[in-house]
Design a protein around this ligand. Structure first.
Ligand code: PMP
Length: 359
């Protein structure tokens, strides 16, 4: 079956396209499997389902956002053939954009804090991006990587496009157009709840909105938050924004403000769960041991949250969450005895799973 993204692309190739192959890398983004997490489903009496976003070509859920942002910019005439895409991050969005930009022939320029690992810079350069490490200063400082990305793009307009993933609603839109409908079809409309954590808010807001509208409000959408994020308290306090405090080992999630991607959907979110790192890290190991799935911390946090939501809603429910990326990019930390100890998380890993701590 072609993904909905592939179906939209296929007609442009004309009548010579007679294969069941998808037309190029960007059409291989999305349409990921929905996996029943058996041990946790048995434990809770609910169906706990994980959307396998780590199976996207760039290895994460952010491939969708990268494609959605680039495609909308093309359609709006903001990105022309041979143009430049400018991004201000070192994470999964940068990797997704690098793949999409190579596949579509755009130059990609990335500004990122110089505190990021050499591996990240090297990977992005290997994928063809031009990377500019800049001093790691707070958002309020004009030298912050986000502002540098924006200024660089503005200085080269109209040939450069700043992705602005936090407030560019093309991000949530692609989840509304693809992730939401895929989950609806894969569960045949029987899901009761969707829960996931938030970085930009694109995944949660776009997917939640589709599921809410399609089910006439029957599907409950929940947010899962790591320590150091303000969204959990925003939702549970009825809309008060607090200062950020605390921190988490989870990468790519946690938010200090209501991004434009979140803005229109957050008032419809049914509730929020706050998940400590100790539970998240234990779930990284449990998912590997019981399900054979090797996932990063944000995915593990999402699964912990899905289990807690199952316990709240009671047996017989179907709960969907997002398996955002694999553990590959984090394994030197997540599976290191020294690192776990330094974060006081060694004791969070159950004794019988210590055999996986090989570094
Ligand atoms: N997990 C990981 C590993 C990520 O990189 C991100 C994106 N920053 C997310 C989850 C959250 O996705 P979103 O930006 O759509 O909220």
């Amino acid at each position: 079956m072609l993904s909905s993204i592939a179906r939209q692309v296929k007609p442009t190739l004309g009548r010579h396209f007679h294969s069941r192959a998808v037309p190029g890398l960007t059409a291989a983004i999305g349409n990921t499997p929905l996996i029943l997490l058996k041990s946790l489903s048995e434990k809770t009496g609910c169906q706990i389902l994980g959307k396998a976003e780590w199976m996207n070509p760039g290895g994460s859920v952010k491939d969708r956002a990268a494609l959605g942002i680039v495609r909308d910019a093309e359609e709006r005439g903001l990105l022309k053939p041979g143009g430049t895409v400018v991004e201000g991050t070192a994470g999964n969005t940068g990797i997704g954009l690098a793949h999409v930009c190579r596949a579509k022939g755009y130059r990609l320029v990335i500004f990122m804090p110089d505190t990021q690992s050499r591996e990240k810079i090297e990977l992005l350069r290997m994928l063809g991006a031009e990377v500019f490490p800049v001093p790691a200063v707070a958002y309020e400082n004009p030298a912050n990587y986000n502002h540098q990305a924006r200024e660089y793009a503005e200085g080269r307009a109209p040939h450069a496009f700043w992705t602005h993933q936090f407030d560019n609603t093309s991000n949530a839109r692609i989840h509304y157009l693809t992730t939401g409908p895929e989950i609806w079809e894969q569960t045949e409309g029987t899901l009761d709840a969707f829960i996931c954590s938030t970085g930009t808010g694109g995944t949660l807001a776009g997917t939640a909105r589709y599921l809410r509208e399609k089910s006439d409000g029957r599907v409950q959408n929940w947010l899962a938050d790591p320590p150091g994020s303000v969204l959990h308290s925003y939702i549970t306090s009825g809309g008060k924004l607090t200062e950020r405090s605390g921190s988490s080992i989870t990468e790519g999630i946690g938010q200090g403000r209501i991004t434009d991607n979140l803005a229109t959907e957050i008032e419809h979110i049914a509730g929020a769960l706050h998940i400590p790192d100790s539970k998240t890290i234990a779930m990284v190991y449990e998912l590997l041991d019981k399900e054979g799935i090797y996932l990063g911390a944000s995915s593990a946090l999402n699964v912990v949250a899905a289990v807690e939501l199952a316990e709240k809603l009671g047996p017989g429910k179907t709960i969907v969450t997002v398996l955002c990326d694999g553990a590959y990019r984090y394994q030197s930390r997540l599976f290191s005895h020294k690192w776990l100890k330094s974060k006081h998380l060694l004791q969070a890993v159950p004794e019988h799973l210590h055999k996986y701590i090989v570094l």
